[in-house]
Design a binder for this molecule. Structure first.
Ligand SMILES: *[C@@H]1O[C@H](CO)[C@@H](O)[C@H](O)[C@H]1NC(C)=O
Ligand SMILES: *[C@@H]1O[C@H](CO)[C@@H](O)[C@H](O)[C@H]1NC(C)=O
Ligand SMILES: *[C@@H]1O[C@H](CO)[C@@H](O)[C@H](O)[C@H]1NC(C)=O
Ligand SMILES: *[C@@H]1O[C@H](CO)[C@@H](O)[C@H](O)[C@H]1NC(C)=O
Length: 768
């Protein structure tokens, strides 16, 4: 049934592409400002490009959308393909590409306990989280920029009571607009801006009934991600009906948040289907965020996985940020379980996958024949027994086919046959629950839309439970409901189970490697909680985001890599607070090399089906903040290292012409990355790595290797001796094909001084 979700996403992209034929917004990328020009001079230069293709000053002015002015040099404009082509040949132009609407796929109480950042009193062995937070002063000196759908400033999560004055490094603003004025910013929400010009050039003027023309969030997504990163501790927080109750908290509860609203509703589409975030709006937001003085940027927005770095607004914006040591974390995408679906794969970004926490919202189903079927629900309801009907036995004749029967699709259920009953839909989500309700059903049992143990919880409007997509279980319900003379089902209200196992497991939806753009860089990098996460919500949005739902909630349960990315952004903020001198690459390295590979049963982390998960799902593994703070060694990389990487990866350095590619460019695998990927290996291949000692001065590390099956891995030297902190040592890794066929193989190598374990995943494939 996962195909249903995938095809929905593909359908939306196609829709967007179809309408782009009329409006052509292009980004003209010119690199970076050297800091010597005035704002007017910059604008004049941008105008002159446009003037030369448009012929008049007036036309040049009216087609200009953005003139990037802080750090990023470039502009966006309405151009014909011919004009875009002409400009791309002009002096100083690095690239010209379409500004695409990328969709923000809705891609925290328990999650921070689970990764042991809170007191963790449920497990004494994990009690070091509070120590880490206090060492980082709860992130109070770090400002985190959030590119998303805005913020609901009244949420308790953004209360600034007792917070110290805003750090003097902050240069941003609180941009006013509809239902948003300067008093909505405070010591927690230190800044807020919105970016609409690219959206309006593409879709036409914003319909004021669809969204606020201001940083205010009508969607909920931006409020959820911002509060996950830096929300205050709010006791007794819960989603609708008290589900998931506990203390809500961001990962860095005293960190400062800067909101950059870049995602807006797509005209004619339900908000439940996601927002559009235009590349040129996002680039403007990156340009401002960097100049405003943020230390971390969190981007839970996913785009087309096959766009090269040079045509990707997030990748370009992130490169400018990373050059200034701003850490950028992005969501990996929700297009799993298919391979090659991971997005945001630039090696200067931390790419975050999604996995479960150890909490299940259990809501079993009791059949009239005495059978109990395991179910999950976050819909609050009272225990009750209903007559049960299988959807296929209650359809309006002619509305379904063999392929669609039993699926409760729109307009298929007969009111005469379902009124007053609980309807069993073979698979379902919000549309199915709404169809049951429309036809007069009073409760529903939905087969999970994906296989395996993960259920994406939603608070439906009628009593509902989701049964796992275990064919056996579903067949039992089916068989009982069609053979019994008067079948009944009792729905049992949700009970929150904590400490459930296995946990974590990989969410079925999390996007997978290999990296489509550059298979010699392993992506995603890391996994973090992204399944059924409780965090703050917009009071202008209903939990289901459909017209039928007019409930208002302060907290909401949501799932996606959109939810896991902010966890990593928060951890990056804490690491920056503790290690202000670390580069973005050092922060990422610390997170990657200290990740956990086992679940709470002490077994390898699995996918939702129970199969061992691979680095294509979780990168290096599950994040462990308290280990990341003291990684021992880091794999550092500079801006120039990324440009050198681009020389080989994109067939030339296409992002910064001030850097000359050497004649013999090293393989992209040679980037000093904390993981190793080698695509299409022939015979044997050797890469270099350099580690920097960030631990105690005097130490000796030795390596252990767990080679990918069918390959031989040699590391030389096998021991690295350091005599002082900050010292660098290099080593080489040789990977040789022994007996492998055309399949992906994974292994590990690990440096240890007896205290620190610095672990790197290896991913390799070959064609024999
Ligand atoms: C901002 O808006 C609120 C209402 O949301 C109002 O109470 C307040 O006076 C306004 N503040 C300013 C500075 O305009
Ligand atoms: C949630 O609420 C229930 C019922 O009031 C209570 O028993 C439980 O302790 C609460 N859980 C948390 C984590 O606060
Ligand atoms: C994704 O990007 C690639 C490369 O730019 C392009 O060929 C393709 O049409 C895009 N796909 C969609 C659905 O936009
Ligand atoms: C279906 O139900 C009937 C009647 O209860 C039972 O005899 C039969 O074994 C069941 N079949 C399956 C496949 O569960």
């Amino acid at each position: 049934m996962n195909n249903q979700l995938i095809s929905l996403a593909a359908f939306l992209l196609l829709n967007i592409v179809a309408s782009s034929a009329q409006r052509q917004v292009y980004i003209v990328y010119l690199g970076e400002h050297n800091g010597q020009k005035t704002l007017q001079e910059i604008k004049n230069i941008h105008h002159s490009y446009l003037h030369s293709v448009k012929g008049s000053k007036e036309e040049a002015e009216s087609c200009l959308i953005y003139s990037y002015k802080n750090v990023i040099n470039g502009f966006s404009a309405l151009l014909t393909p011919q004009e875009a082509h002409t400009i791309s040949d002009m002096d100083g132009v690095i690239s010209v590409f379409h500004s695409h609407p990328t969709k923000s796929r809705l891609h925290t109480t328990r999650s921070w306990d689970f990764i042991s950042l809170l007191e963790a009193n449920w497990d004494a062995s994990k009690a070091n989280g509070e120590e880490l937070l206090s060492k980082a002063s709860y992130g109070k000196n770090v400002i985190i920029g959030v590119l998303d759908s805005g913020v609901w400033p009244e949420s308790e999560s953004f209360n600034d009571e007792g917070m110290e004055p805003i750090p003097t490094s902050w240069n941003g603003i609180c941009q006013t607009g509809v239902a948003f004025n300067s008093s909505h910013c405070n010591r927690k929400l230190v800044g807020a801006r919105y970016y609409l010009k690219g959206y309006e050039a593409y879709f036409g003027p914003l319909d004021p009934t669809l969204d606020f023309r201001s940083p205010r969030d009508i969607n909920g997504h931006g409020t959820h991600t911002a509060s996950t990163i830096g929300g205050r501790r709010v006791p007794n927080a819960a989603a609708i009906g008290g589900v998931g109750n506990g203390t809500a908290s961001g990962g860095a509860p005293l960190a400062r948040l800067a909101i950059y609203k870049v995602c807006w509703p797509v005209p004619g589409q339900s908000p439940a289907e996601g927002n559009a975030c235009l590349d040129d709006d996002m680039l403007a937001a990156f340009d401002d965020a960097i100049a405003d003085g943020v230390g971390v940027i969190s981007v839970s927005i996913g785009g087309n996985t096959s766009r090269p770095y040079t045509e990707d607004g997030i990748a370009i914006g992130a490169l400018h940020a990373v050059r200034r040591n701003v850490v950028v974390a992005c969501s990996a995408g929700n297009s799993g379980p298919d391979l090659s679906t991971v997005s945001n794969v630039a090696p200067w970004i931390i790419t975050v996958a999604a996995s479960s926490v150890d909490r299940v919202f259990s809501s079993p189903l009791l059949l009239g024949n005495g059978l109990t079927i395991e179910g999950q629900s976050i819909t609050p309801f009272q225990r009750a027994t209903y007559p049960l009907v299988y959807a296929a036995a209650a359809e309006i004749p002619g509305t379904t086919t063999d392929l669609t029967t039993g699926l409760c699709l729109d307009g298929t259920l007969s009111p005469a046959l379902v009124r007053g009953k609980a309807v069993f839909c073979w698979a379902g989500d919000t549309p199915q629950a709404l169809e049951v309700q429309r036809a007069g059903g009073v409760a529903t049992v939905l087969g999970n839309t994906v296989d395996g143990i993960g259920v994406v919880g939603r608070p439906y409007l009628i009593p509902a439970t989701v049964v796992l997509s275990n064919e056996d279980q579903k067949l039992r319900i089916f068989n009982y409901s069609v053979t019994d003379a008067a079948p009944t089902a009792t729905l049992i209200p949700t009970r929150t189970l904590l400490g459930t196992s296995p946990a974590p497991f990989m969410a079925d939806f999390t996007s997978r490697g290999p990296n489509f753009i550059q298979p010699n860089i392993l992506k995603p990098d890391i996994t973090a909680p992204g399944l059924n996460i409780v965090a703050a919500w917009s009071e202008a949005s209903s939990p289901l985001k459909v017209a039928e739902d007019n409930r208002v909630v302060k907290f909401q349960i949501d799932s996606g890599t959109s939810m896991s990315c902010p966890h990593v952004a928060a951890v990056a903020a804490l690491l920056k607070a503790i290690h202000p001198d670390w580069s973005s690459a050092a922060v990422r390295s610390a997170i990657i090399t200290t990740a956990k590979l086992t679940n709470n049963l002490g077994k390898p982390i699995t996918d939702a089906l129970g199969n061992p998960a691979t680095p294509f799902e979780y990168g290096a593994g599950h994040i462990q903040p308290s280990k990341a703070v003291d990684p021992g060694l880091v794999y550092d990389a500079t801006y120039d290292d990324y440009l050198l990487f681009l020389c080989s990866s994109s067939g030339g350095n296409l992002l910064d012409p001030s850097f000359n590619c050497p004649t013999n460019v090293p393989s992209p695998s040679n980037l000093n990355y904390p993981s190793l990927a080698i695509a299409d290996l022939q015979g044997s291949f050797t890469v270099e790595r350099t580690v920097t000692n960030v631990g105690v001065g005097n130490s000796s590390y030795s390596v252990t290797i767990d080679p990918p099956p069918g390959y031989l891995v040699r590391i030389s030297p096998a021991t690295l001796d350091f005599s002082m902190a900050g010292e660098k040592q290099s080593f080489s890794i040789t990977v040789e094909v022994v007996s492998s066929a055309n399949v992906y193989a994974f292994g590990w190598y690990r440096w240890s001084d007896g205290i620190h374990q610095v672990t790197s995943p290896i991913s390799v494939w070959t064609v024999l």
